[in-house]
Design a protein around this ligand. Structure first.
Ligand code: NAD
Length: 347
């Protein structure tokens, strides 16, 4: 994993004098942070935590989730607390107890699960976010990361090179919550002067934790099935093209945006982020270069309509110009790396 540069101190870290002495397990400097991660057991949180702990120190990164972690490293290498993000009192207690100044708010209900239970998606994604933002306001937290998604887009958005500022008419409850979340984040920036940041992640492909019920999950499932069974039945059509990103780029983008000088950002919570775009057929062909007898067939379900409502490619020029975003992985390098990582565990 690449070494990440130290954080910018455009907004000064909270003064040590505001932290109760009993909480000072680890001495803080201006460039260290006390971080809380919600949804830490998820696909992204579980890979973000080790990078944050390596950089800021194990005890300075508190992992939380509504469920206990499966990976030992999440609880053995640093603090872990059970937290339902809808429970503001408990969130506030944990933030006070650990003298948290920075939150990475990763807890969410994703697109496919959200369509099965839209009110749960609204409650977790909106109530959870409002709780984070209100505690950030009341406790004057230094910085909050609130991810958005390509699910903010809808059928009225240009399908090719979707601009950052464009028509947002999502067809899923997940997308509705992400549009609302972006607006809420910007509101807290402008109304209360908070430092809230977020990107619109594309579909994230990773080898450590299985994805949690999104429409782009097929781009991860296909690797597991290719290695284990040499066949995969995909829930979207072969010609479905969606924006995707490999996890190392996802973690890098998250860290890079959180490092950026706040004054150089012209928007805050809605940065488009592109990595790679490919059809399922192109992905299957790339896997076949490594596993020649792999076969993929197609049985589209309700997720096809969601996929069809999202753009195929994304214009991420604001992220590139305002905070220097550059992806490192393409379809070829991601496929090779995924197979190298998964092969010893699955075959
Ligand atoms: P995930 O589904 O893998 O993980 C979410 C985590 O949140 C899970 O561990 C779950 O247990 C936890 N959670 C659910 N309800 C909770 C609650 N009430 N309180 C506390 N925790 C709760 O999701 P992810 O892929 O890690 O996504 C992280 C963020 O990135 C989310 O905001 C998501 O919308 C966004 N995102 C992800 C992708 C992707 O492809 N993974 C794409 C776009 C945006």
């Amino acid at each position: 994993m690449a070494a990440y540069s130290q954080i910018s101190t455009t907004r000064p870290a909270r003064s040590l004098s505001t932290i109760p002495p009993s909480q000072e397990e680890t001495p803080l400097t201006q460039t260290t942070q006390r971080i809380l991660v919600t949804g830490a057991c998820g696909q992204i949180g579980s890979e973000l935590i080790p990078v944050l702990r390596q950089r800021y120190g194990d005890t300075n990164v508190v992992a939380t989730d509504i469920r206990p972690p499966e990976a030992d490293c999440l609880k053995d290498q640093g603090p872990f607390e059970l937290l339902n993000v809808c429970d503001r009192a408990r969130m506030d207690d944990i933030i006070a107890r650990y003298a948290i100044d920075t939150v990475y708010h990763m807890a969410a209900i994703l697109s496919a699960t959200g369509e099965e239970n839209p009110t749960l998606a609204w409650d977790v994604n909106i109530l959870g976010l409002v709780n984070v933002l209100e505690i950030a306001r009341q406790r004057k937290l230094v910085r909050v990361f609130c991810p958005s998604s390509i699910a903010v887009f809808g059928p009225d958005t240009p399908h090719d090179c979707a601009p950052q500022t464009t028509i947002l008419t999502p067809t899923t409850m997940y997308g509705v919550t992400k549009v609302t979340g972006e607006l809420l984040g910007e509101y807290y920036v402008h109304r209360f002067g908070l430092d809230i940041r977020g990107v619109r992640y594309p579909g994230i492909i990773s080898s450590e934790t299985l994805p949690g019920g999104g429409t782009t999950d097929y781009a991860v499932d296909i690797f597991y099935h290719a290695l284990k069974y040499k066949s995969y039945s995909c829930f979207v059509r072969s010609d479905t093209v969606l924006p995707m990103m490999y996890m190392p780029d996802c973690v890098k983008a998250t860290m890079d945006l959180m490092d950026a000088d706040f004054n150089s950002l012209r928007s805050h919570c809605n940065f488009n982020l592109a990595g790679m775009s490919f059809s399922v057929e192109e992905l299957a062909n790339e896997i076949q270069k490594h596993i020649p007898d792999f076969v993929c067939d197609y049985a589209p379900d309700f997720r096809q309509a969601i996929a069809d409502s999202w753009p195929q490619t994304i214009d991420d020029s604001p992220a590139r110009t305002q905070w220097g975003w550059r992806p490192r992985h393409d379809l070829k390098s991601m496929t090779r790396d995924m197979l190298e990582k998964l092969r010893p565990r699955l075959t």
